[in-house]
Design a binder for this molecule. Structure first.
Ligand SMILES: [Zn+2]
Length: 263
């Protein structure tokens, strides 16, 4: 079976010592492509190195919503961001543009309004800048949204984005419908095996707009275990059950969806 993981973080520190094994296990499971997404300048550089080293790994570069980034990594970074955010963002976008021939998408980008202290305006400006870059380079965007789903959909629509992957989307049914109408893709994470919300979403989305992801090392389908690209087969199994279709046939459709959007 041909499997695709359109969203993983292979540059994550926990993976460093075992990356050879992780990629091998993915290959043995039938994974043909892993898209590894960068989130900041350090991570973007590492993603490029990893994509260079492993044939099945493709790079996506981007700036994750800055405040969420600071919350999830370290506090030093945020002061760097806040002090000179715009020149930092512009510099990184220049780096991404310079490497345009080595990447398959712009991501992970988006909005994250989980933190009450978050600078929403700054996040939106950074998001829009990256959307404009994606249009200029004619690349798909891989979009994160948390507590900001309506804003994300509005901004994407306003910018006229056509090649969109809604990664791990948790918006209301109305927003899902709108995204479907606009022809965007949804990447369904491995934790669809236990999340009713994702199961309901899979019911709604046409087969031609479904992709699969792991978000490794996060969102593991197995309790107490780090997620990794090989586990993407779990998402395919579950989606096939919901859509009442053979796994093999579903996997082929997902692969064509991947080709249509990214190649
Ligand atoms: Zn992610």
């Amino acid at each position: 079976m041909i499997l695709i993981d359109v969203h993983a973080h292979l540059d994550w520190k926990d993976f460093e010592s075992e990356l050879d094994d992780i990629v091998k296990r993915a290959e043995n499971a039938g994974v043909k492509v892993i898209i590894s997404a960068g989130i900041d300048s350090k991570s973007n550089k590492k993603v490029l190195e990893i994509a260079e080293k492993y044939e099945i790994v493709k790079a996506a570069l981007g700036l994750y919503p800055p405040d969420a980034l600071a919350r999830e990594t370290n506090s030093e970074l945020i002061s760097e961001f806040k002090s000179d955010i715009n020149s930092h963002v512009d510099e990184e976008l220049k780096f991404i543009e310079t490497n345009k021939d080595k990447i398959i998408a712009i991501g992970e980008i988006g909005l994250d309004f989980l933190s009450k202290k978050s600078d929403l305006k700054l996040q939106m400006e950074t998001f829009v800048k990256q959307l404009k870059l994606a249009k200029k380079l004619d690349l798909p965007v891989i979009v994160h949204s948390r507590k900001a789903e309506a804003d994300v959909v509005n901004i994407l629509e306003k910018e006229g984005m056509k090649k969109v992957v809604m990664h791990c989307f948790c918006g209301k049914k109305r927003l899902i419908k709108k995204a479907i109408e606009l022809g965007w893709y949804f990447s369904i994470p491995t934790n669809v095996v236990k999340s009713q919300q994702f199961q309901d979403m899979v019911e709604m989305i046409p087969l031609q707009q479904i992709l699969t992801e792991t978000d490794s090392p996060f969102l593991s389908p197995y309790q107490g275990m780090k997620n990794e690209p090989a586990f993407v087969s779990e998402a395919v199994k579950k989606i096939a059950l919901i859509k009442k279709i053979e796994q093999e046939e579903l996997a082929n459709i997902i692969f064509s969806n991947y080709q249509r959007l990214f190649l």
